[in-house]
Design a protein around this ligand. Structure first.
Ligand code: CMC
Length: 431
């Protein structure tokens, strides 16, 4: 029972409603508005959900003012340094870090579900070689739903865990096939002698006529990128997955909805848009001109990879990537002139009043594309990489939602501003 309350008064009718306030482990307390409509006959109005907590969650916490990101309580800096993506996905789904035995079982289970039905391979042929990979990924994720639809009981915790394993296991396979299709290369089956990230790189880059020798620096870079993108609280794509899931939709169809939302350049598509922006800038001497355009309200240009709804400080993931980018490009002996442009662009923006006063800092995707590029991943495949990582967070959040005692379909209301009730006019009488 909450002891703190907030009373909302309608100063026209004089009616009041006393709303309990719930305190979380960290973060802003939330006002419980469950009785608002019943008592006052009013809804809340919060475009973009800037002040709305849509659910309770124990998975990820982020403090935008301090630049803090925790998964199940563990700081992202420690996970990035000490963990690997498969372990982080276990942590998100199960809530605790695995023991050695639990990790081995998890790794084995993921390997056992890495294949896809052979018919699905033909699905890719329906797309043109230059179809955007996010469009293909949304399509194939929805197609996978058809294979498990009749066998999945979303109210059975064992089925939910099986679904989590399937999603995490199959995403590398689904994503790599997009790249192979685009490149005119044959699809590669998973090789269970390889660990998760190596297996993904093998399915992406192995050459049919050559043995595949993984590059340890590239594996480390890919692991890091996947960890940093694995989950991020109630962002647009995660909220989409939850909303779709709240209608009791097939979980792979929910993932397809998440992929579609992630594609947008205000969200996951920003990693691709950053590289397009750096290419457009081309030379450090053009940076100021671009920054001026980003500040101009009459110009649709924005500084891609800058700004975040929650972070009003340096995105902690961007800090990690920025440091890693330098080392990795050096270790991989990649000459990346765009990295120099990115650093100079960051310096100019961070010293500009427009960005300072609005607390706009680089976000995770300001530097991620430069690492993907160094790994020879084409620009249009960057957002599918993000989706591969984020699908672990999506499915953990989907599982959490379904096991919450307060679970019900998501159904926002609106402020109706349309026409008043009026009578139908036959076409001949319309002016
Ligand atoms: N460049 C120029 N101005 C900006 C930018 C930017 N990148 N981002 C925000 N602003 C301005 C915005 O115009 C507004 O100015 P004013 O107060 O004068 O109207 C102010 O800053 C506040 O911005 P907002 O649009 O209200 O912020 P939001 O929380 O609605 O949007 C955002 C957040 C991430 C969509 C936005 O910052 C943006 O479009 N950034 C570029 C795209 C990007 O990098 N997205 C990746 C986000 S991180 C990865 C992920 O989570 O997917």
């Amino acid at each position: 029972m909450a002891t703190r309350t907030v009373t909302i008064t309608d100063n026209v009718s004089g009616k009041q409603v006393e709303c309990p306030v719930h305190e979380g482990q960290y973060g802003a307390p939330v006002i419980d508005l469950k009785n608002l409509y019943k008592e006052l006959g009013m809804f809340t109005f919060d475009i973009g959900y800037a002040s709305t907590a849509a659910c309770r969650s124990a998975i990820t916490y982020l403090d935008g003012e301090e630049g803090v990101l925790l998964h199940r309580g563990y700081p992202i800096e420690q996970l990035a340094e000490k963990s690997n993506f498969l372990e982080v996905s276990y942590l998100l789904v199960h809530g605790e870090l695995p023991t050695t035995r639990q990790f081995d079982e998890w790794s084995h289970a993921i390997k056992m579900h890495g294949m896809t039905h052979e018919h699905l391979s033909r699905f890719y042929q329906g797309y043109r070689y230059d179809a955007h990979p996010m469009s293909v990924l949304a399509g194939v994720c929805a197609a996978v739903a058809s294979y498990y639809h009749s066998q999945t009981d979303i109210y059975n915790p064992e089925d939910r865990m099986m679904t989590a394993r399937r999603v995490i296991a199959k995403m590398p396979n689904l994503v790599s096939k997009i790249y192979r299709h685009q490149s005119g290369l044959p699809f590669v089956y998973p090789d269970n002698a390889r660990e998760y990230v190596e297996n993904f790189m093998y399915m992406m880059f192995s050459w049919p006529s050559e043995p595949y020798v993984p590059n340890p620096v590239a594996l480390r870079a890919m692991n890091l990128l996947l960890i940093l993108h694995a989950d991020h609280e109630q962002n647009a794509s995660t909220s989409t997955v939850r909303l779709a899931g709240s209608a009791e939709t097939n979980p792979f169809a929910c993932v397809a909805a998440g992929v579609s939302t992630l594609w947008g350049k205000a969200h996951g598509g920003a990693n691709e848009a950053v590289i397009d922006m750096l290419k457009e800038i081309k030379d450090p001497k053009n940076i100021q001109k671009f920054v001026d355009r980003a500040k101009d309200k009459n110009d649709h240009a924005r500084l891609m990879g800058f700004g975040h709804r929650v972070y009003k400080n340096y995105d902690p993931r961007a800090k990690i990537i920025r440091a890693a980018c330098h080392d990795l490009l050096d270790e991989m002996h990649v000459d990346q002139p765009m990295f120099e442009i990115a650093m100079e662009l960051e310096r100019i923006a961070l010293n500009d009043d427009y960005f300072i006063s609005r607390k706009l800092y680089p976000n995770v995707d300001f530097y991620s594309g430069l690492i993907y590029q160094a790994l020879n991943i084409p620009t249009s495949m960057f957002t599918p990489m993000f989706a591969l990582a984020r699908s672990s967070g999506w499915i953990a959040q989907w599982m959490e939602m379904l096991s919450d005692g307060d679970f019900r379909i998501g159904r926002p209301r609106q402020l109706y501003v349309g026409a008043q009730k009026r009578d139908y006019v036959p076409v001949a009488a319309r002016k």
